[in-house]
Ligand binder design. Structure first.
Ligand code: DAH
Length: 330
């Protein structure tokens, strides 16, 4: 027995330990073989032999289990040592860092709208119900609130579920004409292949006095913007619903992967949805006390743009900080 326990405790790797286990308790293992002697015995002799064999086997199993845990910890420690990165170490290779794909994409979007004389506005990440929902024509108990699973705080505020509240704050604080975008992080209770609890949007709003702003203006700017972002794509406007715009439209581009022929990414439709937009609903203007104005608004998801621009297949890789992914954006 001492020999056996020694062979267990001297195993140096999980692999070695498993070989020892098989040699003892495997189908042809020495202990398993001893069990077959039972059939030649009878009575008390059989009982005694069985009892001692069982306790021997239990003792061996326990020793194997203990050793396994010990080796697992050792191997984990070794792996952590081997894979550790000393972030304080000076990098002598001369390599430089890279902007994150989301930053690259955000910058490109902002660049376009700055060229079209839009200003950049910001709002708080922790919002109140009024700015995130109510003033955007999303009354309490409106079913459209379900479109956005919300994180609430203890004091009845919430993490903004979209950048649209910045529209409201900007209108509250200034008079038309307004020509703004609001880039930033938003939050939703959602986590799977295509959703992360934090992601980024860019909101846009244009308001002028009188009825100067129409759907045609919206159509022009978004088509021009999408061609700036994606090159020579087709753009189509599909009727949709958002509480804060009327009429509302979702905007598609011809699939950047198959050129519109149909592939896995576009679910064989040839089109990719990239934006929500519409003519600002008069109710929204009422909430901020605007009279005799007209406007359009739009909102887009930056991660989606980044994935389409750079062919990133999995949204989650945007947030894992894996150098093998990030280095490709240098
Ligand atoms: N806020 C919408 C969302 O998060 C996106 C959006 C759609 C914004 C249409 C708009 C708009 O300004 O007009 O899903």
């Amino acid at each position: 027995m001492n020999e056996i326990l020694k062979s267990i405790s001297s195993a140096k790797t999980l692999n070695e330990l498993d070989k020892v286990r098989v040699s003892l308790l495997g189908k042809n293992g020495t202990i398993t073989q001893e069990f077959s002697k039972l059939k030649n015995l009878s009575g008390d002799e059989k009982k005694e032999f069985a009892a001692s064999l069982n306790s021997k086997r239990d003792e061996i199993s326990k020793a194997l289990e203990l050793k396994k845990t010990e080796l697992e910890i050792l191997e984990l420690k070794e792996r952590m040592r081997a894979e550790a990165i000393d972030v304080t170490m000076f990098d002598e290779s001369g390599s430089v860092g890279a902007l994150h794909p989301i930053t690259i994409t955000m910058n490109k979007i902002i660049e376009y709208f700055l060229s079209q004389n839009f200003s950049i506005e910001n709002g708080p990440l922790i919002e109140d119900d009024f700015h995130n929902f109510e003033a955007l024509n999303l009354p309490k108990y409106h079913p459209a609130r379900d479109m956005q699973d919300t994180f609430y705080t203890d004091d009845a505020r919430l993490l903004r579920t979209h950048t649209s509240p910045v529209q409201i704050r900007t209108m509250e604080n200034s008079k038309p004409p307004i020509r703004m975008i609001a880039p930033g992080a938003v939050f939703r209770r959602d986590f799977d292949l295509t959703h992360t609890p934090m992601f980024h949007q860019v909101e846009g709003l244009v308001v002028e006095e009188g009825n100067k702003v129409s759907f045609a203006n919206l159509k022009y700017i978004l088509e021009d913007f999408l061609k700036y972002m994606f090159g020579d794509v087709k753009v189509r406007f599909r009727p949709s619903f958002f509480p804060f715009t009327e009429p509302s439209t979702e905007v598609d581009i011809s699939c950047v992967f198959c050129g519109g022929k149909g592939c896995r990414v576009c679910s064989q439709t040839g089109w990719l949805e990239v934006l929500g937009s519409g003519v600002v609903d008069p109710n929204v203007f009422k909430f901020v006390g605007y009279k005799d104005v007209s406007g359009y608004a739009f909102g887009l998801g930056v991660e989606r743009f980044a994935m389409l621009l750079h062919g990133v297949p999995d949204l989650r890789s945007m947030f894992e900080g894996d150098l093998r992914v990030l280095e490709q954006f240098r």
